[in-house]
Design a protein around this ligand. Sequence first.
Ligand SMILES: *[C@@H]1O[C@H](CO)[C@@H](O)[C@H](O)[C@H]1NC(C)=O
Ligand SMILES: *[C@@H]1O[C@H](CO)[C@@H](O)[C@H](O)[C@H]1NC(C)=O
Ligand SMILES: *[C@@H]1O[C@H](CO)[C@@H](O)[C@H](O)[C@H]1NC(C)=O
Ligand SMILES: *[C@@H]1O[C@H](CO)[C@@H](O)[C@H](O)[C@H]1NC(C)=O
Ligand SMILES: *[C@@H]1O[C@H](CO)[C@@H](O)[C@H](O)[C@H]1NC(C)=O
Ligand SMILES: *[C@@H]1O[C@H](CO)[C@@H](O)[C@H](O)[C@H]1NC(C)=O
Ligand SMILES: *[C@@H]1O[C@H](CO)[C@@H](O)[C@H](O)[C@H]1NC(C)=O
Ligand SMILES: *[C@@H]1O[C@H](CO)[C@@H](O)[C@H](O)[C@H]1NC(C)=O
Ligand SMILES: *[C@@H]1O[C@H](CO)[C@@H](O)[C@H](O)[C@H]1NC(C)=O
Ligand SMILES: *[C@@H]1O[C@H](CO)[C@@H](O)[C@H](O)[C@H]1NC(C)=O
Length: 699
Amino acid sequence: MLLQYILLVSATTFSHCYAASTFSPARPPAIPLAVKSPYVNCWQQAGSDSDNGGPGNGGYLAGQWPTFWAGQILGWAGLIRVDGTSYTWMGAPAPFPTVVNQTSFEYTSTRSTFIMDVDGVVEMNITFLSPLYPTDMMRQSLLFSYLDVVVSSSDGGTHDVQLYADITAEWVSGDRSAIAEWDYGITPNDSIAYHQIYRQTQLLWSENDQQTEYGNWYWATDNVPNLTFESGFADDVREAFITSGALGNTNDTDYRAISDDYPTFGFAVDLGSVDSTAVSTLFTLGLTQEQAIQFDGANGDVSVPSLWTSYFATELEALTFFHTDYANAAGLATTFDSQVAGDANAAGGADYVTITSLAARQAFGATQLCGTPDTPYLFLKEISSDGNIQTVDVIFPAHPIFLYTNPTLLKLLLDPLFINQESGQYPNQYSMHDLGSSYPNATGHAAGNDEAQPIEECGNMLIMTLAYAQKASNTAYLSQNYALLDQWTQYLIENALIPGDQLDTDDFTGPLANRTDLALKGIIGIAAMAQIANLTGNTDDASNYSSIADNYITQWQTLGIAMDADPPHTTLAYGMNDTYSILYNLYGDRELNLGLVPQTVYDMQSNFYATIFEEYGVPLDSSADYADFNWQLFAASIAAEDTTAMFISAIATWINESPTNRALTDLYDATSGDYPSGIEFTARPVVGGAFSLLALTST
Ligand SMILES: *[C@@H]1O[C@H](CO)[C@@H](O)[C@H](O)[C@H]1NC(C)=O
Ligand SMILES: *[C@@H]1O[C@H](CO)[C@@H](O)[C@H](O)[C@H]1NC(C)=O
Ligand SMILES: *[C@@H]1O[C@H](CO)[C@@H](O)[C@H](O)[C@H]1NC(C)=O
Ligand SMILES: *[C@@H]1O[C@H](CO)[C@@H](O)[C@H](O)[C@H]1NC(C)=O
Ligand SMILES: *[C@@H]1O[C@H](CO)[C@@H](O)[C@H](O)[C@H]1NC(C)=O
Ligand SMILES: *[C@@H]1O[C@H](CO)[C@@H](O)[C@H](O)[C@H]1NC(C)=O
Ligand SMILES: *[C@@H]1O[C@H](CO)[C@@H](O)[C@H](O)[C@H]1NC(C)=O
Ligand SMILES: *[C@@H]1O[C@H](CO)[C@@H](O)[C@H](O)[C@H]1NC(C)=O
Ligand SMILES: *[C@@H]1O[C@H](CO)[C@@H](O)[C@H](O)[C@H]1NC(C)=O
Ligand SMILES: *[C@@H]1O[C@H](CO)[C@@H](O)[C@H](O)[C@H]1NC(C)=O
């Protein structure tokens, strides 16, 4: 019944339903609401594409349900009652009071803020804050998000106002027939009221429809005098508020399936008489899982705890800390937002702020801090493409955001890969592709039958390890992992100049021999190893690998450049003179300051790109209509200034105009801006590559 109602709503023309909102700095394909980890990952769809449960409604908070990144609804509703009349400010509850008028939307790196006008008499300022703490392990380890609803009178009068918000049990499992259980409580020192909701049968390490199947969800607010709560059938709970402005303080104990009379967990706050003084109500929503990852490390398969368990004795202490930390969190978030916006504006202008600030929560939102303060790890899920954990060629496109915000985070991503392979649990000479087929199981590939991308992953590991060591001045890390880095280098020396029929990271393009850009990555990997050898006192290796890399790069220029083309450019593969691909791997040469590739190659590519722009950017290669978000930005960050500006402008325009309707896709049709046929990536951490220019310019 709910579903039919939603279809009816989305079938109507939205311009008739909504007064127009402004969108700043852009109207993203989907708006991040609570985006903190692979499982706390909730969005409001905006773009008009009709796939994936869409179309999105254009970027309005009210009138449409929020969704998990994978597309299924996550019930989260908001109502407000002003002088006895109810309105909907979030979600699409039925019964469905008229929606408030959204007048503006704005996003920063950590916040999505909606301003609502309620009948010209009350203004609401609704802020979703998913804080990012790149250098504060304790705070970053908490997988909660804030919702701050600020209400004030806007017509000079005073108004009687009650505020309501709820979530449903849809958060606790991807299986809508799973039985949910819940409880209501007050934290020990009486400061916070919370609904705790969980899957009755906990399935450790399991996912269903990409959602996690264990742990406890918390939906909390300040335990103020005029707070009421209720759990129960969605329609009853919301109707109670609409009728009386308060809830029954009742606890439904009929634990049942998520979709059976949708169990709903409401809070209502009577704000009393509201004048022009802003009144704030804060909610916290998030997940606690004591056990986070199954990791096959140096001592075999172990359960790795969530890092927050080292700082807090109980889930309620973690929740209490997070919730009561809001004033501090808001200040730190403003500092972080300003830093990104300031740096991005200086490096690439306003359009670059549009791109980087939208990518930040998405990139961090695929990761989770685990382990202990002495041995922390950052685990990453390859969201949407196949759910692998610690995928090397996903960490690589994402890694600029970690280098920029805190290089140690890159180390924490690489550590589990080194540990598993150095303990002899991976049989191949080349680097593994990922640490396990399905997050959260980092159980390795003892049979060595992971998706083979040998040159790609060896090059990525060498480049990222040196990039981290340079930024963090940590040469001990290079010594510690020298043997394995050298093993991968031998593979590259044997295979990189004339690459076999291999996949590269863009595996949907299929295998191809003699890929020009893949060869370049391998050669840069060898040159990176020469630096690593130099920094660790391995003099003979340093000079040997350095001369091998120089020799290869000379040959590569003959093999991979279509000199007679107009204008000249590198090819997709050797000898295929009427082809091209974006030469994004050139980034490594600049990033590591290797000086391996002559400036003439940079200039040549920069001139060439400027001639092949389509509406929303440059296609990935000459056989494709699709453009790659990250690889364009890698190329942009090492191009001449005017070409850089062309890329940044095209991508910011795409963000604002794209009909794609989920969290940023990293692959889109360069002409229509929609998903390419058959490939609908979303919410992938690779968008951290947006920070490629910042990783080069920051110190
Ligand atoms: C929204 O704006 C429209 C057009 O101005 C107006 O008719 C309607 O009453 C407003 N609704 C609310 C809830 O403010
Ligand atoms: C809304 O709240 C946010 C965060 O609290 C604040 O930065 C912003 O200025 C407010 N906007 C308006 C229009 O009041
Ligand atoms: C809710 O019901 C459960 C089950 O009867 C009970 O354990 C719990 O104490 C109740 N909570 C409240 C706040 O009434
Ligand atoms: C409850 O605990 C939080 C976190 O320790 C603290 O900030 C708050 O002041 C406490 N409240 C009371 C009433 O003790
Ligand atoms: C992880 O492994 C466990 C067995 O240890 C399995 O039950 C679970 O389904 C796996 N998780 C995923 C997401 O595949
Ligand atoms: C609680 O509600 C009453 C009745 O609406 C109101 O008079 C009072 O101001 C409210 N108290 C607070 C703290 O908002
Ligand atoms: C790859 O390039 C080398 C050097 O030009 C050439 O000898 C070889 O035949 C090519 N391999 C394929 C499969 O085209
Ligand atoms: C490292 O490179 C520097 C500068 O080229 C050189 O002087 C030094 O001898 C090298 N060290 C090693 C161990 O190769
Ligand atoms: C340079 O390295 C290659 C590959 O490991 C090796 O075969 C060769 O013997 C080395 N040359 C010297 C002079 O060490
Ligand atoms: C490609 O162009 C190069 C010069 O840039 C030329 O040497 C080579 O013969 C060309 N290859 C083909 C297959 O036309």
